[in-house]
Design a protein around this ligand. Structure first.
Ligand SMILES: [Zn+2]
Length: 390
């Protein structure tokens, strides 16, 4: 079957035939449905459903798709409480010639719109007929979080939980949690089998602005080679920790890292092009496209730091930043003041290290305990943080 978006008669007939088989199988269990539906040699399983002209798959093998074309489809994720599946939007640009497979992921957090826009922009600049290899774009991994512009996935498991999907990878198809099952399906049946390299695009979380930066394991040569190809401001060189998509992929031998495109909720149209330019460089590095290299981190004097320190509010009140993103700061330098409702100064905040401002709280008010700033810096002693502004 062709996977081209189409409502022609051939697709309609196939959809009808497979629909009958799939509906019987789904009443038993998901594994049986996989068998009952049409499994292609490369592993692709079409559920038989067509949504808005786009076929639905429950497993994808990009080798099954026709070369030299773009294929838009939906990946069937976990079901919500209504019984409807969460469909994930996927575009596959299968090059005319064989080659490496690079996957661009976005929408793991539901309030990070620049990540989705960047991936859309990247693929709009590609011509599969002129490519050697495959680019797979995944746009909306956490659909239910996106619906409400929230970072986390609303799960009804124990009343109302909010689950951070970027803490549960690689997921588990049999987990006692729908979001973790969803992650397991996406990891096992979509991303892992179709990727040689993965870029998982994010932005900061709601409430904090960040510069244009990456989270990347710079001690891994294949990751370093890709990360340095972006004309951006900063790289936070960090090994990551279990639960991150990039870490789960690294554990199974797929080099990956996390580009971070500014603030949450809005589109940062001035920052997105730098990430588009860098990603095109990555595709050139892997021989997928051929054209002159664009600007890289060398052109922007990229600041690479192996540590990140949060400056935390000690009081409640209105915060006034005295520095900007990417400002270089010295130990003891005053970076923010905080006033109560009379305008009296209740706290002053200084940088505890020499470094560069990587993130700043975007809301003017703060309670005690909130992060007011992230400072990127270098130190040789082992150490690190487990809270990222990603
Ligand atoms: Zn994120």
């Amino acid at each position: 079957m062709t996977s081209q978006p189409s409502t022609d008669r051939r697709d309609f007939v196939l959809a009808t035939a497979l629909g009958a088989a799939a509906s019987i199988a789904l009443s038993s269990d998901h594994a049986a449905a996989q068998t009952a539906a049409a499994k292609l040699p490369g592993g692709t399983v079409y559920t038989g459903n067509i949504v808005d002209g786009k076929p639905v798959v429950s497993t994808l093998g990009v080798a099954d798709l026709e070369p030299g074309k773009i294929h838009r489809l939906y990946f069937r994720g976990v079901e919500g409480a209504s019984g409807q599946p969460w469909l994930v939007s996927v575009a596959v640009l299968r090059g005319a010639n064989p080659g490496k497979r690079v996957t661009l992921v976005s929408g793991v957090h539901g309030d990070e719109m620049s990540s989705i826009h960047a991936v859309q922009t990247i693929i709009s600049g590609l011509d599969p007929a002129a490519m050697s290899g495959t680019v797979m774009a995944v746009f909306d991994v956490s659909r239910p979080a996106i619906e409400s512009m929230n970072r986390r996935w609303p799960s009804s498991g124990r009343g109302a939980d909010l689950i951070d999907l970027n803490r549960v990878w690689p997921g588990d198809e049999n987990a006692a949690s729908a979001p973790a099952r969803h992650a397991g399906l996406v990891f096992n049946r979509l991303i892992r089998p179709n990727s040689d390299y993965v870029l998982d695009f994010h932005t900061s979380a709601t409430g904090i602005d960040v510069a244009d930066f990456h989270l990347a394991k710079m001690d891994v040569p294949e990751i370093k080679a890709m990360a340095e190809l972006f004309p951006i401001s900063q790289i936070f060189d960090n090994p990551g920790y279990p639960g991150l998509l990039t870490d789960a992929l690294f554990q199974v031998g797929i080099p990956s890292f996390t580009p971070e495109i500014g603030n949450a909720r809005r589109l940062d149209l001035s920052m997105i092009p730098r990430f588009v330019e860098g990603t095109m460089n990555v595709l050139r590095l892997h021989g997928i496209i051929e054209s002159p290299t664009g600007r890289t981190g060398r052109d922007t004097g990229i600041f690479v730091a192996n540590n990140l320190l949060p400056v935390v509010a000690t009081s409640g009140g209105i915060v006034e930043h005295l520095v900007k993103l990417t400002t270089a700061v010295r130990t003891g330098q005053k970076i923010a003041i905080q006033r109560n409702m009379f305008g009296e100064i209740v706290a002053e905040y200084t940088s505890p290290v020499d470094g560069q401002i990587g993130g700043l709280r975007s809301d003017a008010t703060s309670e005690p305990g909130n992060v007011l700033a992230f400072i990127l810096f270098n130190r040789t002693a082992p150490g690190g943080v487990e809270t990222y502004p990603e």
